[in-house]
Design a protein around this ligand. Sequence first.
Ligand SMILES: Cc1ncc(COP(=O)(O)O)c(CN[C@@H](CN)CCC(=O)O)c1O
Length: 429
Amino acid sequence: MAFTLDKSAAAFSAAKQHIPGGVNSPVRSFRGVGGTPPFIAAAQGSRLHDIDGNQYIDYVGSWGPMILGHAHPAVTEALREAVGRGTSYGAPTLLETELAELVKAAVPSIDLVRFVNSGTEATMSVLRLARAFTGRSKIVKFAGCYHGHHDSLLVKAGSGATTLGIPDSPGVPEGIAATTLTAAYNDIAGLADIFHRHGEDIAAVIIEPVPGNMGLVLPRDGYLQAVRDLTAKYESLLIFDEVMSGFRVAYGGAQAAFGITPDLTCLGKVIGGGLPVGAYGGRRDIMEYIAPAGPVYQAGTLSGNPLAMTAGITTLKAIGVPGYYDRLSEKTAVLCAGVKAQAEKFGFELQHHQIGSMFGLFFTAEPVYDYDSAKRSDVGAFNTYFHAMLAQGVYLAPSQFEAAFMSSAHSDDDIAVTIAASAAAFAKV
Ligand SMILES: Cc1ncc(COP(=O)(O)O)c(CN[C@@H](CN)CCC(=O)O)c1O
């Protein structure tokens, strides 16, 4: 059957009558790569199935949460059993304590954790907390890093904002943007200069320790420790935004992989197992500022709801088994080596990045180490490659400025098919 997206195209047109851009999150619109986004009807394991009858090997995994693959039997069964006890109570449950204990056991820097409903809520709340705890107002973020869409951090954001070519979103008040200082990732001298000039006013540095929103970029040796040292020197807080890297690059996240202890951590994606969950947590002396223990207000109707907690608990128990991450990393390395070999066969010198089950490539012979170098890659070539892969049933992130994710549901055959499809795709670039 020839590859067609006719039904998705009609669905997309219809959706645009009711929803801005036809989607509920901009990057899904395929505006970064052009063309029609497949409307998904179902997903199972490593596969997505769209309404035109196409199926895809999925390396987006809902942008990170689906580390076990889609509709994992343990998660599905746990949810099926939980839903009969109600969907939300707006009252404390044992499930929240259970997921909190699992998170704390995996991430020792977290003494107390608060669950919210998205990564955006987590990073928004953690900034309010950092400002309250330190009595300072300025925040440092990094160009190309994305921390959700709240005002303080939608300044030179990565991810969707970069893909849509909107470095700063309209609607962010100048006064708010002025409290956000932007540094270049992997440039410790630049960060030191910002601290030299503003150090006493800086409440916190928020960083994706392993950025996945400018494409996948890796920290230079010693960089994260140098950031840690600078924040300690100026008594600013270090916030690791591990919404994407948490429980993804290692069970304990990037802070475990690189041996850095942040003051506060944001989590999301994997800890919700595909249901809406975000979280922020860290040092007890800081987190005790959060209401009702302390004066910093933060709340949420559906925070800690029983279904999301159930999906998160089941997921963390399944991925917390010995050897899980080693097997996932090995599988990812096989895929990356195969794609790299195909690229070289077609004379492409690409930048291939991998850490754990996160991976990505840039169409450039130059090293990619920050946002500016990422933007110098050949996005047009990526877009051609993307569509050639999609037409062959391989679903990559529809943007050069995103990361790809392997799941434990991906089979050796999936990987072989992906490598073969990559050969055909490079032939078209
Ligand atoms: C490091 C990091 N921090 C915070 C967020 C925001 O999380 P959410 O509010 O989308 O749950 C994200 C969200 N990631 C994007 C993918 N690049 C979500 C996909 C989308 O926006 O549709 C993130 O990667």
